[in-house]
Unconditional design. Sequence first.
Length: 539
Amino acid sequence: MGWGSRRRRPIYDQRVSAGLRDAVDALRTEWRLDFRVAERVLGALAGGGSVGEVVARTAADRHQVEDVLRRVEPWLGRDGERYVLTETVDEPAGVPDQRVLAATMAEIAAGLPAPAYDLDHVPARPATMAARAGYFAERYALAGATVLCVGDHDLSSVAIALTEPSSEVMVVDIDQRILGYIEQVAAERGLPITTAFADLRLGLPASFAGAADLVFTDPPYTPDGVGLFLTRGLQGLRRSGHERIALAYGFASRQLARGFRTQAVLHELRLVLEALLPGFNRFDGAEAIGAASDLYVCRPTRFSWPVIERTTGGDPRIYSRGTAATESAPAELPESVVDDVRAALGAEQPTYVGDGWPAGGHRRLLDLPEYLAAGPQRRRAVAVNLHPHFGAALPQAMLAAAAADRAVLVAPAADVQAIVDSPVWTLLAGTEIEIRPDAAAGLVLLRRTQTPDLPAGQAYEFLVRHPEAKVGNAWRDALVAVAEGTGDDPTLTKNQARAIVRAAGVPERALSLRLSELPMETLAILVAAVARTVGAPAR
């Protein structure tokens, strides 16, 4: 049966009593990914057997079998040491046809943006995209589970969502092109995928923290790259005792030392290796490692969580090639750029943010991840350095600088030039924005002028000033606040505003994210929708 015609069957049929149904559902909720094991045990008990026989037939350990027996005891018949379920349960649905899914993934992958050299992108073959989803669905109960893809230039999120439409799939990536394409595919095919932007070197989106049952990542194949992506993946896991984190990784036959250093990261993060599938991932390229890599599936231990809680930002050079390769020279902020920043700020002594500023004479130096996470803070002047590695975070840095009287942001010239078309310009109502692209590094100058006069600008300002709120909630409250301030509809209630927001055409899943996490394409949709809804009649 092809994946397109596959029906999801319940573990119980209509003859199953409500009590057994509730017991099975409780198992599903508690065991999460490992409910696949419970399904096998329940299937074995339908035919009857002793604990030892059920263990032998299912590969479930004795503790797991005994736990299932306790949960369904009222519906068990017993003859000596043998147990049998007195009510029939269905077998779980099988995994979709991998050939059909691979053909679908080949069609979808044909529209992918070109691989980004500086991000170590090497495209996986469509058969690998399908095989990953098939393996996870076969081994783990993905129905109702949340899967997080930490980076997804291989569209694993799409393959998983096609395989198990009742799952919730989340994607975090630095590449706006990838995020935009996944959003497009998800919208066209009705897939349960939520995308968020982040430079993982600066942190995981707060909206994804502790939310996932399963994490998959195909990280940069360097020890630092693997360590960072695994750390962010662990931060995204729900601590249920049934969570998993899987990664693709490979090394050349003559690079045993490099392979050892990277595999040692698993030990440093206190991960237990549950499965290692050699040569599982196949690529179009990466001949240096045989155009293939292994699939590692790991389980975190109770020792993993303290390790990631102590983890702070490291060296941004985590890639195997490009400007942020591990072997690249440390970058320094050109003195000419520092002089330009000082000239732009005049006599103001700013708060300096990020690395690369000359030593001495600073009133305060803030860590870049800390600054971005805090959101807009009232400051007279701020100078933020994103050069040369963090230019992709320029829109987020501009939002964080929105409450400063004056701000100067330094970033690679290409990122500064790209900001011209960004919807962030519209969001920063009441702020003068000037850009100065330069061969060495570009500058973005922000100067706070006044509170926006137009209602739409006031709504934008409300969203920017509430960075920790979900977009949907902040938008709702902005509509209420603007209505009260303008007198257009002072009786607008939160429920009415919520209905206006939901009907505005912004993807529902995006409303659960924070403003700074939205991909650029989604942010542009939001900006236009907010303008349409200000002053809209209550529903």
